[in-house]
Design a protein around this ligand. Structure first.
Ligand code: UDX
Length: 445
């Protein structure tokens, strides 16, 4: 099939290249000239494992190209996929400016029957708006469909090529037929719904996953007080198929381009129909506070942060990405600096993005994890990159000025710690003091 994909962010680029990989002819379109030029030179504007290789193969095979000419791409396609950004407005609502602009341009360009698919995460009713905007510009026949995207950064290609399900929201039989044909090489599990339900499925899924994370983080906070181990609790819960094992990793809270934005947007969507989504509001509040436990734990050990040097391992919101949008590291580092600490930060790939966001005389970006910890008073691990888990704790202990480790992602085990003299605080697990488990939790009863 012939496809135009509008928007070369994570979703657009990954979907475009994966559809090309399945044998379709794909033109990826973006307004930003530099991005298209970069892609044309074989450079990829985002870090995503395997993406560059897959782009190269499909460009070479003549199935994938990049362009700034939306009208031309629309003319040459059967299916037009909208994958432009829907960033948050200050009130949390999704900003639909780019969607509306793209819809108007598609409407002006349309020369034949097309199926217009929205993959961007958009509030309920947006696809109908898209249809209305296009219809204002043309008398050509077209249909719209909502096909939400569930890929995760860091495993975007694997997720796109092996989806758990494909949701197709449309009322048109022709669109349903074309889109089923397009997606059938990926999975048999294709669910066809009305448009509004498809739009809602995306928000509800992300909100539910965010809820699981905030839930387990609160359980972790209680575990710390009663002397239980949240990793064991999550394992015990996860064996119940009704609960499931995934998204029960306690930590410093979720970040990234989706959960924070989409939970806020769903709260706003509910608000517009006079419904207060109380549960989701709490999920957001718990998530916002969870990151500050790192600071509380540091202060519990070091007392005053003024004049202390704190090493930070991990800036990206999760491993295998250079994305720092809504990363907990942002507020944690800002707070450390406000409290008078010096910060030495290291991330395998996200440093340059982060340094464009925060620059401060007391913040030093380091080229290696060893450089970051050298002579620091404490180390905080904020992203569970594999290379952090691989370090010898004995070696690490020798590099730090004081063996203090706040592990925001529960990377290290009690067994590893028992060989060292670290003061070790993690999330929802017993503290370790000089190799020995602290058996004196604060019991509340
Ligand atoms: C998420 C959804 O998973 C995906 O379906 C949607 O399309 C976009 O949003 P993504 O943001 O890329 O994907 O990453 P994900 O792996 O879901 O992690 C999101 C955040 O939750 C990360 O900050 C991660 O550290 C955190 N997380 C995840 C936890 O704290 N605990 C967990 O158990 C799982």
């Amino acid at each position: 099939m012939k496809l135009a994909v509008i928007g070369t962010g994570y979703v657009g680029l990954v979907s475009g290249v994966c559809f090309a990989h399945l044998g379709n002819e794909v033109i990826c379109v973006d307004k930003v000239n530099e991005k298209i030029e970069m892609l044309g030179r074989g450079e990829v504007p985002i870090y995503e494992p395997g993406l560059k290789e897959l782009i190269d193969t499909n460009v070479e095979a003549g199935r994938l190209r990049f362009s700034t000419d939306l009208a031309d791409a629309v003319n040459k396609s059967d299916i037009v996929i909208l994958a432009v950004g829907t960033p948050s407005l200050p009130n949390g609502e999704a900003n639909l400016t780019y969607i509306k602009q793209a819809a108007a341009e598609i409407g002006a360009a349309i020369n034949d029957y097309k199926v217009i698919v929205t993959k961007s995460t958009v509030p309920v009713g947006t696809n109908e708006k898209v249809a209305a905007i296009i219809a204002e510009q043309t008398n050509q026949r077209f249909d719209v469909a909502s096909v939400p995207e569930f890929l995760r950064e860091g495993s975007a290609i694997r997720d796109t090529l092996n989806p758990d399900r494909i949701v197709i929201g449309t009322t048109s039989e022709k669109a349903q037929e074309w889109l089923t044909q397009l997606h059938s090489p990926l999975t048999d599990n294709i669910l066809v719904t009305d448009i509004r339900s498809a739009e809602m499925i995306k928000y509800a899924s992300n909100a539910f996953l965010a809820t699981k994370i905030s839930f387990i983080n609160e359980i972790a906070n209680i575990c710390e007080k009663v002397g239980a181990d949240v990793t064991k609790v999550a394992e015990g819960m996860g064996h119940d198929n009704r609960i499931g094992r995934s998204f029960l990793k306690a930590g410093i809270g979720y970040g990234g381009s989706c959960f924070p934005k989409d939970t806020q947007a769903l709260i706003q969507i509910a608000g517009h129909v006079d419904y207060e989504f109380k549960l989701l509001k709490s999920v957001v509040e718990v998530n916002q506070d969870q990151r500050f436990n790192v600071i509380r734990k540091l202060e519990a050990i070091l007392d005053d942060l003024q004049g202390k040097t704190i090493a930070i391992w991990g800036l990206a919101f999760k491993p295998e990405t250079d994305d720092i949008r809504d990363a907990p590291a942002v507020e944690i580092i800002q707070t450390l600096l406000q409290r008078g600490a010096s910060v030495k930060a290291y991330d395998p790939v996200a440093t340059s993005n982060f340094s464009r966001l925060i620059s401060h005389p007391q913040l030093k970006y380091c080229d290696s994890k060893e450089e970051a910890v050298a002579n620091a008073d404490a180390l905080c691990l904020l992203t569970e990159w594999k290379e952090f888990a691989e370090i010898s704790l004995l070696e690490l202990e020798g590099l730090l000025r004081k063996p203090i480790l706040i592990d925001g992602r529960n990377v290290f085990s009690e067994e590893e710690l028992s060989q060292t003299s670290f003061i070790y605080y993690s999330v929802g697990r017993p503290n370790m003091n000089h190799g020995v488990r602290d058996e004196s939790p604060v019991l509340l009863f």
